[in-house]
Write a protein that binds this ligand. Sequence first.
Ligand code: SF4
Length: 150
Amino acid sequence: MVERDDDRWRARAACRSVDPEMFFPTAESGAAYDRQVARARRVCRRCPVQAACRDWAIDDLPHGVAGGLTENERRRARRATTRRARRAELRPAVAPAPVLRTDRAPVISAGRAALAAGVDRDDIARVLGVTRRTVDRWAAAGAVVAGGGR
Ligand code: SF4
C-alpha cells in the first residue's frame, strides 16, 4: 500500500486531534478496559486512514489501540499472517497435486524443510496432504527416505 510505505497517511489520522493517551487503555481487562477500547475505536472508525494504520500497527506497534484493533487482536492477525506465509512457502514445493501420487520426493523434501524450520506438524500435514502420523514418522526418522511417505 503506497500510503503505508511513504507514511503520508499519518497526516490525515483522526487521532491527531485527540489525546494520544486515549489509545493506551489504563485498565487491563473488564468493563473499564472495554470502555476505554471502545472510546479509541470510535475515533478509528471515523478515521480516513484506518486501513493503512492497521497494516502498519499489525507489523510494528506492540501496544495500545491502533487501526481499530487492540494489541491482542493485532497479535492474532500477525500469527494468522505468519501461518498463511508458511503455507504459501510450502505450496510451491508440492504443486501440482497429481504429481504427488506418483512422486513423493517433493512432498517429503518440503516436509523435511518445514520440520527443520519448526513449522507445526499439524500444519505440515494439512498443507502437504499427508497424515499427521506421516509427519511424525518423518520427524522420528530425522526425516526421510526418498520415496517414503504415507
Ligand atoms: S486508525 Fe485510529 S489509531 Fe490509526 S491513525 Fe486512525 S485514528 Fe489513529
